[in-house]
Design a protein around this ligand. Structure first.
Ligand SMILES: *[C@@H]1O[C@H](CO)[C@@H](O)[C@H](O)[C@H]1NC(C)=O
Ligand SMILES: *[C@@H]1O[C@H](CO)[C@@H](O)[C@H](O)[C@H]1NC(C)=O
Ligand SMILES: *[C@@H]1O[C@H](CO)[C@@H](O)[C@H](O)[C@H]1NC(C)=O
Ligand SMILES: *[C@@H]1O[C@H](CO)[C@@H](O)[C@H](O)[C@H]1NC(C)=O
Ligand SMILES: *[C@@H]1O[C@H](CO)[C@@H](O)[C@H](O)[C@H]1NC(C)=O
Ligand SMILES: *[C@@H]1O[C@H](CO)[C@@H](O)[C@H](O)[C@H]1NC(C)=O
Ligand SMILES: *[C@@H]1O[C@H](CO)[C@@H](O)[C@H](O)[C@H]1NC(C)=O
Ligand SMILES: *[C@@H]1O[C@H](CO)[C@@H](O)[C@H](O)[C@H]1NC(C)=O
Ligand SMILES: *[C@@H]1O[C@H](CO)[C@@H](O)[C@H](O)[C@H]1NC(C)=O
Ligand SMILES: *[C@@H]1O[C@H](CO)[C@@H](O)[C@H](O)[C@H]1NC(C)=O
Length: 415
C-alpha cells in the first residue's frame, strides 16, 4: 500500500518520465545551443573542456538558466525530510496526485515545481541533499519556517528561518564558484555539473514565499488589532532584507509571493467556530498592500532588478467567493485528515508497519475538488492554476506575469 521508494529513486523516476531517460537526451551540440548563448562559457575553460561538460538540456529560455526558491512549505521540495523532524510527507497520501512525489506538503507538486516546469528546468533539488545536483537550481525553503527567526509551526519546530536560508545560499554560491574555478582543460567538469555556472546567478529567478507560519506569532504574542500595521511592517521588512541581501550577491529577477487569505484556511475556520478569522485576514490584507509598495519601491531603487508579485491573497479570495468557477466543490475543508487525525498523522499511521493502522482513512476521493489539501496547504490542482496564471496569465502576476517580466525583454532584446 504505502510507497517505500527513496527520494533519489523517485526523482529519477520523475526525471525519466518527464524528460525521457538519460540515454535519449538530445545531443551535446543541441544542448550547447539551448542552454548556453554565445559568450556565456567561462573563459578559463577551453571549448573542448566546456563541451564535455554540457549539462542537462532543460533550459527552455536561455536567459533563465536556473531557479532558486526560498520560504516555507509552499516552496520546500524535500528539505523537510533531511531535517528529519517530520517525515510524514515521505508517505502516502502525500504526493498521491503526482507519482507519489515526496517531501512536499501537498498531494502533488508545489509552487517551486510548477515554476521549474514552466521554465523547462528540472525539478529543484532540496539544498540539504548530500552530493545533490544543483546545476540548474535548488530550493533552500523549509516547511515550518517563517520570516522571523523565532517563528515555528504549531508544534514549535522552526525549520530554517528565511534569512538563515539566505546565509545558506551565500555559502552555496561560494561553493559553486570554487567548484567551477577548480576545472581547466586538463580537469574538465563532470558531464552533468553539480553546481550552477557562476554567470547563472545574475540570470536566475529567485522566488520567495514565506509568512503563513509567522501569523501564529501574532496570537502567541498576545497582539491586538491595533498592532496589525506594525506587525505587517515588520513582516515586510524581512522581505526587504531578503531581497537586498540576494541583490548584493548578484540576483536581479525576483518573484515575491504575497500571502494567502490565511483567515480562511480550514485550520482558521476550525479555530473560529466555522467562519473565517477576520483579524487574520485584516493582517494578511495589510501585508499584501505593503508587499505591493515594497516591490514597486525596490524595483526603482535596485538597478536592473525586476519583480513579479504573486497575488496569493486575491486568488484565495476569488476561489473562496466563487469555488465553482475554479472547479472547486469544497473551499473550506481539508481533503486529507480530520479533527482527530491530521493529514501528517494519517500518513505516519498508514506507514507504520509495527502497528498496522486499520481505522477510518479521512481522505476525499478527488483532491482536485478541494481548495485545500490539508488544513493549511492548497491542493496541487489549485497551486497549479495559480502558478500557471502567475507565469503566463493575466490576473495574479503583478504588475505583469513572469514571462512578460523575466523572459520577453531578453528574448526581444528590449533592455
Ligand atoms: C525521520 O527519518 C530520519 C531518516 O530516516 C530519521 O533519522 C528520523 O529519526 C526520523 N524522524 C522522526 C521524527 O521519526
Ligand atoms: C502511489 O502510491 C499508492 C499507494 O501505495 C499506489 O496505489 C499508487 O499506484 C502509486 N502511484 C504511482 C503513480 O506510483
Ligand atoms: C535572524 O537571522 C539572520 C540570519 O541568521 C541574522 O542575520 C539576523 O540578524 C537575525 N535577526 C534577528 C532579529 O535576530
Ligand atoms: C588544472 O587543474 C589542476 C587541479 O586543480 C591543477 O593541478 C593543474 O595545474 C591545472 N592545469 C592547468 C593547465 O592549469
Ligand atoms: C516590530 O519590530 C520592532 C523592532 O524590532 C519591535 O519593537 C515591535 O514590537 C514589533 N512590532 C510588532 C507589532 O510586532
Ligand atoms: C467558539 O465557541 C466556543 C463555545 O461556544 C467559545 O467558547 C469560543 O470562544 C468560540 N471561539 C471563537 C474564536 O469564537
Ligand atoms: C489594501 O488596499 C486595498 C486596495 O487599495 C484596500 O481596499 C484595503 O482596505 C487595504 N487593506 C488594508 C488592511 O489596509
Ligand atoms: C545594469 O545593466 C547594465 C547593462 O547590462 C550593466 O552594464 C550594469 O553593470 C548593470 N548594473 C547593475 C548594478 O546591475
Ligand atoms: C468540506 O470538507 C470538509 C472536510 O472533508 C467537510 O467536513 C465538509 O462538510 C465539506 N463541506 C462541503 C460543503 O462539502
Ligand atoms: C508505530 O506505532 C507504534 C505503536 O503505536 C509506535 O510505538 C511506533 O513508534 C510507531 N512506529 C513508527 C515508525 O512511527
Amino acid at each position: 500500500m504505502v510507497p517505500k521508494v527513496s527520494i533519489a529513486a523517485l526523482i529519477l523516476v520523475l526525471v525519466t518520465s518527464l524528460f525521457g531517460p538519460a540515454s535519449t537526451l538530445p545531443n551535446r551540440e543541441l544542448l550547447a545551443d539551448v542552454s548556453f548563448p554565445t559568450g556565456s562559457a567561462p573563459s578559463l575553460l577551453s571549448t573542448n573542456a566546456f563541451q564535455s561538460a554540457s549539462g542537462p538540456p532543460y533550459s527552455l529560455y536561455p536567459s533563465v538558466p536556473a531557479l532558486f526558491s526560498f520560504g516555507d512549505g509552499g516552496q520546500d521540495v524535500g528539505n523537510v525530510l533531511y531535517l528529519g523532524h517530520d517525515n510524514s510527507t515521505k508517505h502516502y497520501p502525500f504526493g498521491t496526485s503526482f507519482y507519489n512525489l515526496t517531501g512536499r506538503f501537498s498531494d502533488g507538486r508545489v509552487f517551486a515545481d510548477f515554476f521549474a516546469q514552466a521554465l523547462g528546468l528540472p525539478f529543484l533539488t532540496p539544498s540539504l541533499t548530500p552530493n545533490g545536483n544543483f546545476y540548474q537550481g535548488a530550493s533552500f525553503a523549509s516547511a515550518s519556517s517563517g520570516r522571523f527567526n523565532d517563528t515555528g509551526d504549531s508544534d514549535g519546530f522552526r525549520g530554517i528561518p528565511l534569512l538563515k536560508q539566505v546565509d545558506n545560499f551565500i555559502q552555496f554560491q561560494a561553493d559553486a564558484r570554487a567548484y567551477w574555478a577548480g576545472f581547466n582543460s586538463t580537469y574538465p567538469p563532470e558531464r552533468i555539473p553539480r553546481y550552477p555556472m557562476p554567470e547563472f546567478f545574475s540570470r536566475a529567478i529567485y522566488m520567495v514565499q514565506s509568512g503563513g507560519n509567522d501569523l501564529l506569532n501574532f496570537r502567541n504574542q498576545g497582539l491586538t488589532p491595533a498592532d496589525i500595521p506594525a506587525f505587517a511592517t515588520n513582516m515586510t521588512a524581512v522581505y526587504e532584507t531578503f531581497v537586498r541581501a540576494l541583490y548584493a550577491t548578484g540576483a536581479r529577477k525576483f518573484f515575491i509571493m504575497n500571502i494567502g487569505l490565511f483567515g480562511c484556511t480550514p485550520l482558521s475556520i476550525r479555530n473560529n467556530n466555522g467562519s473565517c478569522g477576520v483579524l487574520t485576514n485584516a493582517l494578511c490584507s495589510n501585508i499584501v498592500n505593503q508587499t505591493t509598495a515594497l516591490n514597486s519601491r525596490l524595483s526603482t531603487q535596485l538597478l536592473n532588478s525586476s519583480f513579479v508579485q504573486g497575488d496569493f491573497y486575491q486568488f484565495n479570495l476569488d476561489v473562496f467567493n466563487n469555488p465553482a468557477a475554479f472547479g472547486v466543490v469544497n473551499a473550506t475543508g481539508a481533503c486529507c485528515g480530520s479533527t482527530t487525525l491530521s493529514c501528517p498523522q494519517l500518513a505516519l499511521a498508514l506507514a507504520n508497519t509495527t502497528a498496522p493502522y486499520n481505522g477510518p482513512v479521512p481522505l476525499c476521493p478527488n483532491p482536485k475538488e478541494y481548495l485545500y489539501w490539508d488544513t493549511t496547504h492548497m491542493s496541487e490542482s489549485m497551486t497549479r492554476i495559480l502558478a500557471h496564471d502567475i507565469f503566463g496569465g493575466s490576473k495574479y502576476g503583478k504588475p505583469k506575469n513572469m514571462l512578460q517580466t523575466f523572459i520577453l525583454p531578453d528574448l526581444l532584446n528590449l533592455q
